[in-house]
Ligand binder design. Structure first.
Ligand SMILES: [Zn+2]
Length: 109
């Protein structure tokens, strides 16, 4: 498997934007991924796997939950390592509409 799973969200973002005990990770639908050398968090942005994940996540029913340039909507800076499972049908909508946020998809933004 080319990726490993853990939880490496930026703690500064958690302080600024998250409600305690309300992490998306606690739903069991989200995961933070890294590559085989263990690059995670912002270091993952600069690895070939980081780009590969963004381009292929939807094929497997995942979305990159916090896309670039959407902090005003999601509350988070870009986190290309943080994926959320939404199923292949919903993920296909994200594939068709680059930059779409989950909040926009749900109609709450
Ligand atoms: Zn995460």
């Amino acid at each position: 498997m080319p990726f490993a799973v853990g939880c490496w969200d930026d703690p500064d973002q958690a302080v600024a934007g998250s409600v305690p005990a309300a992490s998306e990770h606690q739903t069991g639908l989200a995961a933070d991924l890294t590559n085989a050398s263990g690059a995670h968090g912002t270091a993952f942005n600069h690895t070939p796997r980081g780009g590969l994940l963004g381009r292929n996540a939807t094929e497997y029913g995942f979305i990159v939950r916090y896309p670039k340039g959407a902090k005003a909507i999601t509350g988070y800076e870009r986190e290309p390592w943080h994926v959320r499972y939404v199923g292949k049908a919903v993920a296909a909508e994200f594939e068709r509409r680059p930059g779409l946020t989950f909040e926009q998809y749900l109609g709450v933004a």
